[in-house]
Write a protein that binds this ligand. Structure first.
Ligand code: HEM
Length: 343
């Protein structure tokens, strides 16, 4: 399908919007009226046409604008992209995986031609046509992970596997929900998850780590995570907290529908073939409450979920001030119907 890429911003005048088509395919993350952390993982297999699961690496109408925003973040702060020296094989693995998926599923926008180690990559939306030698970083304008993740939606961490643990040893992280690659680089699975409340105590991270250590090549897995963001801002990093933190104080009952966004991360995990590392893709989707309530079952469910949250999760997700405003505004969309589990 040919995608019409939107000309829009995720900062300053915030012109980001979702088309009707994109609203319909938004990955609403709640399959019941309450929410608690769990090991919510499932095989990352193709899903329904016109859903975000149709292709395993999803490209949508925000692609070009997101890549422009990433370039701006990197210009201001190059440390959003880092790779430790032993991760070079994993970088090439990542380049191959993203090029192959984008070219296979969006042939009108991307082409990959392989002639032995001599590869030609064409990215039409971004006007790129490069020929390079796979395995030779000198033939690319950036190191391989940076090169391809400047051309792929979502944040990316590459974790190395050793000593029965996973280590965050490389990443491109410019659209994160308040955590820092520069802070986490070199940490292991339990260390970088240190700030998360409740989940350690109920064994979520022990089970998740065990599962991931056994992840097999060709059998990627996925989960959804969510938070909220004031304004459609992609870069809500700790580094830039002074830019976006004060936005939380600007939400009122009159503007909450427009300003408050549900931020959903479709996270997929891929075992990489040469390096045995794991690629962790965090694909971020934003939707304003105004857009969200156009789907009645989502408008009904979201206030119920927000009411159900334990105080620790409210605090961790930065919802303390604005949750009551959201619940009050959303109340009119809850008709009281009894619902059964399922999206
Ligand atoms: C949060 C990375 C896999 C569950 C986080 C955070 C990071 C992260 C950086 C933010 C922590 C902070 O506040 O500083 C990763 C990476 C993974 C991975 C690199 C794969 C290698 C998983 C898996 C699960 C999981 C498999 C569960 C099954 C969570 C939860 C949170 C979290 C529940 C809190 C999110 C929230 O409430 O918004 N993760 N994670 N993570 N992670 Fe992971």
């Amino acid at each position: 399908m040919t995608i019409t890429f939107r000309n829009e911003t995720f900062r300053d005048d915030f012109t980001f919007r979702n088309s009707l088509y994109n609203i319909r395919r938004f990955p609403f993350p709640f399959d019941r009226d309450e929410y608690m952390y769990s090991v919510n993982m499932e095989p990352h297999v193709r899903g329904k046409k016109d859903s975000v699961f149709e292709n395993l690496i999803d490209v949508d109408e925000h692609y070009v604008a997101e890549m422009q925003d990433r370039a701006m973040v990197l210009k201001e702060d190059p440390l959003r992209c880092q790779a430790l020296p032993h991760m070079m094989a994993a970088q090439w693995d990542t380049l191959e995986l993203l090029m192959e998926h984008q070219a296979q599923d969006y042939p009108e926008h991307f082409t990959l031609e392989k002639n032995g180690d001599r590869w030609r990559w064409i990215n039409r939306p971004m006007g790129i046509d490069d020929t390079f030698t796979f395995g030779d970083p000198a033939t690319l304008p950036y190191p391989p992970m940076e090169y391809i993740t400047r051309q792929a939606q979502g944040d990316f961490c590459i974790v190395d596997q050793r000593d029965n643990n996973l280590w965050m040893d490389a990443g491109m992280v410019t659209t994160q929900a308040d955590w820092s690659l520069d802070f986490d680089i070199g940490m292991n699975f339990m260390e970088w998850h240190g700030p998360v409340p409740l989940a350690h105590q109920i064994g979520v991270f022990d089970r998740a780590l065990k599962f991931l250590l056994n992840l097999q090549q060709g059998k990627p897995t996925r989960r959804l995570n969510w938070t909220t963001t004031v304004n459609p801002r992609l870069d809500t990093s700790p580094e830039n907290y002074p830019k976006w933190g004060p936005d939380r104080m600007t939400v009122t009952p009159d503007n909450v529908g427009e300003k408050m966004h549900l931020r959903v991360e479709l996270q997929s995990l891929w075992r990489l073939p040469r390096s045995n590392a794991i690629l962790f893709v965090i694909r971020c989707y934003l939707i304003s409450l105004n857009e969200l309530v156009t789907v009645p079952k989502w408008g009904r469910r979201l206030p119920r979920v927000l009411k159900s949250l334990p105080p620790e999760i409210i605090d961790y997700k930065g919802l303390t001030r604005n949750r009551p405003i959201m619940i009050d505004w959303l109340a009119k969309y809850d008709d009281g119907a009894v619902t059964s589990p399922g999206i």
